[in-house]
Write a protein of this length. Structure first.
Length: 202
């Protein structure tokens, strides 16, 4: 008889500040009051539908499947997934070889404040105006691994796997990830803006 993977409560959770933690059905951790990373290896794991916060999801060694708004997203070695705040979704890792799952979650308002601080510190408000009072919305979709977001996720993953890390180090990584998501989103928006012009030219 096949041996089932360890239960999800063994997932490692890395918060960047003191917080409150609860567990969804299936023992999946949900943290309030902090940014956090959930990292685990497992198979045959199911997380029921719930309302989430802004997050970016990465998987290796197999598939992690998410379902949101009647859409199905298969995250694997080739891509990452962004889901916005208040998006309802569920997920599962199929039975079979264990899959590594790495997810970064942002508490409400963090990305907005991080981007505002970055713009102020770089003196770029005139060139890249940003209103922190407006919530940041990304495209809920899969993104092919790139040279913007993927290396930042990889750096965070390597750091937590190689050594004990401080809350300050974790917060810096969340600032890095937030900035990379914003740059990737700007690139995606530019592609959308170019599409009508391309259609007119054909």
């Amino acid at each position: 008889m096949a041996t089932k993977s360890p239960p999800i409560e063994r997932a490692a959770v890395y918060e960047d500040r003191p917080s409150t933690r609860k567990y969804l059905p299936g023992d999946f951790p949900f943290v309030m009051g902090a940014n956090y990373i959930v990292h685990f290896r497992a198979a045959d794991v199911f997380v029921p539908e719930h309302e989430g916060i802004l997050s970016v999801k990465w998987a290796a060694g197999g598939n992690e499947v998410y379902e949101a708004d009647r859409r199905r997203f298969v995250v694997d070695d080739s891509c990452y997934l962004i889901l916005n705040r208040r998006q309802r979704y569920g997920s599962h890792v199929p039975a079979g070889p264990r899959v590594e799952s790495f997810c970064a979650f942002f508490m409400p308002g963090f990305v907005e404040n991080a981007l505002r601080s970055r713009a102020l510190s770089d003196h770029r408000l005139l060139d890249d105006p940003f209103d922190a009072s407006e919530p940041v919305e990304f495209f809920d979709q899969l993104y092919r691994h790139d040279d913007i977001v993927s290396p930042v996720l990889g750096h965070a993953r390597a750091g937590i796997m190689s050594r004990p890390v401080t809350p300050g180090w974790r917060e810096e990584r969340f600032h890095d990830i937030a900035g990379s998501l914003h740059r990737a989103h700007n690139g995606a928006m530019a592609e959308v803006d170019r599409m009508p012009a391309a259609r007119r030219a054909t």
